[in-house]
Design a protein around this ligand. Sequence first.
Ligand code: FES
Length: 291
Amino acid sequence: VVNAVCEATNKIDRDAVRIWFATWPVLVRELLGDGADTPRLQQFFQMNGSFRLEQLADRSHRFLYGHRYWHLVKKALASQAEGDRYLRIEKAAKESGAPMEYALAMAAIAQMTLEQCGPSFLSSEYVPEPKGDFVLDRASAYRPSLMERLKGKSGCDRVIFDERDQDGWFPIVATQEITTGAELDKRPFHDTDARCYEGMGPIPVDCRSGSCGTCWVGIVGGNENLDPVEEFERKRMEYFGYWDSGFVDSNCPRPLIRLACQARANGSVSIVIPPWNGVFGRTRREKELGN
Ligand code: FES
């Protein structure tokens, strides 16, 4: 389903859709179950952050351009009868009235949210803010306005970590690891993400050496500006379980999910910071690949 949806999706959202499916795999939901045994399982899989999709059902996909059509797609999906998964997605997308090049992806996300969380989110009153054009300029360098230049600001490459916020970025210097650039950003991100340490920037980190899996990020723009993934990072990603069949080619040199403490940038990139991290690669391989 993911591949079929991506093929029909506008290139603006194509990678973002894959990143959403990598961030919210059914497997994690299955591992954690209905919540009755969460503390033990959370400890076993070293899960941190907000790993319950139902807590973020209406906002988990805000980094997609198609997010603006979410309420329309949800309404259309709620009226679909039970049946073939892809047909439900396709019908909901068509009946939503939103452009198919975005609606199909949003309907697939809505269907997957439904399967993981149940139908209660379908009736929420949430209507996306009329924002979204920001993604048309993904991975852009910082270009100060005339006024800003007069105040002494100069342009730079940057890592955009929240495209909806004009201040949601930090500068990056060539060959710098993404987390090294992030660390120089001293804003109080620990106020909004309990995984962040004070003064360590917006990307949660722990080991900074590829050992913990805390710093995983999705690359929604500017992937070509990152150094190719090295064998060590690839192996660690497999160990954590972030590397999955949602990628077209798991051997590709620039995958859509990276460890920010290992990925070096040579230009501007746009990233998504997943709201949770964990270690479940071995279980994933056992369940999905049967080995
Ligand atoms: S901070 Fe531990 S893997 Fe990057």
